[in-house]
Design a protein around this ligand. Sequence first.
Ligand SMILES: Nc1ncnc2c1ncn2[C@@H]1O[C@H](COP(=O)(O)OP(=O)(O)OP(=O)(O)O)[C@@H](O)[C@H]1O
Ligand SMILES: [Mg+2]
Length: 239
Amino acid sequence: MAIPALQLQSACKTFNAGQWNEVKAVRDVSMVFEWGESVLVIGENGSGKSTLLNLVDGTVDLTAGSVSMSGTDVSTWPVYRRYRHIHRVHQDPSQGMAPYGTVAENLAVLGLENTSLFDVDRLADQADMTHFARTIAVINPDLETKLERKVYLLSPGQRQAVALAMLALRDGGQRILLADEPTAALDPRTAQTCLSLIDQKAKSGWLVLHVTHNSAIIDANRGRVVTMCEGEVSSDVYT
Ligand SMILES: Nc1ncnc2c1ncn2[C@@H]1O[C@H](COP(=O)(O)OP(=O)(O)OP(=O)(O)O)[C@@H](O)[C@H]1O
Ligand SMILES: [Mg+2]
């Protein structure tokens, strides 16, 4: 059998353990995912979907259990190390980008896996602006002329479009895409572009974990759907 892209073994996350405000956000989750799979992760607010993604990218530490990527236990790896194998589109697009940087500076960061963030100004100067403009125009034509605008001045939907351009520009082989409600802030046309982009990544061999509340996306889905309920996986089925 092929080595799984991602494996969670008895993964648990308890916030504020032993205190009055203890929350068992993820309880004993064990799942295996293969390269090229596109998986919808659904469930009510507070059911543990984002926490599950946080355990995969390491932004939240496991309380118990383990996370393996391509057969290697990464449970003790820091976030930056995991990000060589992961790309994340956040539920809040302000996360995962530099709000006081320009659109171009944020896109330039993608090429710089081993470079200091302090070099971003210089890197944006050297970057291929025509390529950036063409990429972002496919996602949101209006942003083509806004490459020099600071990200914090954009609307939430425009910021999410920048996050998608970052995804489109991320290359360098097979990765795990963690997409947390990536269409929530998008207009219908941009949402469709987002879904096509996600589909393209899965077809090129990425593993996609796509969290959504969007019933149209859930109804149209043909593939694996994981449902979370109170921190547990209540179902894991193919539709
Ligand atoms: N940093 C934290 N500290 C304490 N509790 C937290 C923290 N992060 C999440 N929680 C709690 O863990 C539970 C799961 O939260 P999580 O954000 O994973 O839910 P979700 O399924 O992504 O919800 P939504 O659909 O609203 O995005 C919730 O009860 C939440 O309050
Ligand atoms: Mg969430």
